[in-house]
Design a protein around this ligand. Sequence first.
Ligand SMILES: Cc1cc2nc3c(=O)[nH]c(=O)nc-3n(C[C@H](O)[C@H](O)[C@H](O)COP(=O)(O)OP(=O)(O)OC[C@H]3O[C@@H](n4cnc5c(N)ncnc54)[C@H](O)[C@@H]3O)c2cc1C
Length: 443
Amino acid sequence: MNKRTFLKTSSLMVGGAFLPKMILANDTPRTNWAGNLRYSAKQYFEPQTIAEAQELVKKTPIIRGLGSRHSFNSIADTPATQISLKSMQKVLSIDKANKEVTIEGGATYGQICKEIHEAGFALANLASLPHISVAGACSTGTHGSGVKNGNLATSVRALDIITANGDIVSFSKNENTEALKGAVVALGGLGIVSNMTLALQDTFEMKQLVYQNMPMSALEKNFESIVSNGYSVSLFTDWRNKNVNQVWLKKRSEDVSTPDTEYFGAKLATRNLHPLEGLSAENCTGQMGVSGPWYERMPHFRMGFTPSSGKELQSEYFVPFEHGYEAMMAIEKLHEKVSPHLFISEIRTMTGDDLWMSANYHQPSVAFHFTWKQDWNAVKQLLPLIEAQLAPFNARPHWGKLFTMNPKKLQSLIKPLPQFKELLATYDPKGKFRNPFIQQNLY
Ligand SMILES: Cc1cc2nc3c(=O)[nH]c(=O)nc-3n(C[C@H](O)[C@H](O)[C@H](O)COP(=O)(O)OP(=O)(O)OC[C@H]3O[C@@H](n4cnc5c(N)ncnc54)[C@H](O)[C@@H]3O)c2cc1C
């Protein structure tokens, strides 16, 4: 139990029944990771077992799952009750024959990757940080990069979800394929994910090479080649001087012998770098072509260290892959307004998928990410400008980051929204898991 948050262990009376051994937050305000959002939830619980979680869900009228609190908007908040499965974070089993891992619903990537690697396997992709919970990340369509890699939710083969009446419903690729497409990126709206099964591949080693200062003009003719040359490629820019500050190439170790010293005009870095110039590269995963296991190279940031800047805000927009360069230039036109408020932008790619609420639904995408200085008044003036610049490309926002898009516009961009709402109505007819974020953006 984290003493700093002054949580009390308590029994709670809900609907006439005692729920034992739960942790009940007192009035101490709790915030998301970045500290830009104070949760409004009046009650917060950390059940110790699935049975306790089921009992709590059954007896509580309005409830919301909380992961590792890394979302920047109010997607995980509710004015009523939050439930965290952080007491349930284990790898339950690794099925070597079917190449699958089953984990508990509160696990973070950082907690499961080493064990998966030691069993001889790897996950297909990871986000920039391993600190996030798997359930929370998949719920919002969190992604890494790579023209051949789907977002993290595409690895999900099966889910157990505690639904509104407290029962566990299993969704799986083999049994209810269609429903699983709606259940994986469910924005916390379907219930509490208690177990997840993820696809694995054979383990591998990776090397990370960082190049500095690529003229944006190099991307005009070579966008696809530049972002495809590696397992995962990230471009970092502060939008100043039509320059890409850093290019991070993450490759399978067997694909790198002697690294090229130049990459489309950018120069190979001679020391480890942080994407935010001036911050210590100690927080970052190994670079300089040093080979390491996949889970210590795919994320940019190391477990046990602060990822990114810390005191920040984030936004991100997805556009169809074929519009990558055009969309980049549309944002570049705003550089004088954007750069002063920005720590750094990152540009990544991902394949299309068939997950109903995924921003990559049936669409290979390029994602434009913004790590902002923590000044919401300034950022909220800029987001509508960026959204207007990207509107011709039908850009969609990241579910876990800050955006200002009109809900009607957003809804018009989600083709399978009616199916998703039908799924919610089936398992949560009274809107037990619906919060103001879902209400405002989807209804
Ligand atoms: C420093 C930093 C770096 C980031 N890098 C990336 C990146 O590289 N790529 C990217 O795409 N995003 C990135 N993000 C965004 C982040 O990955 C997403 O916001 C993600 O959803 C956070 O997961 P979480 O576990 O913190 O979930 P939370 O923020 O706690 O919750 C997110 C959603 O998941 C739901 N949820 C959580 N747990 C459960 C559960 N057990 N059952 C049901 N619903 C649940 C919540 O209700 C909510 O709807 C970054 C964020 C930060 C702070």
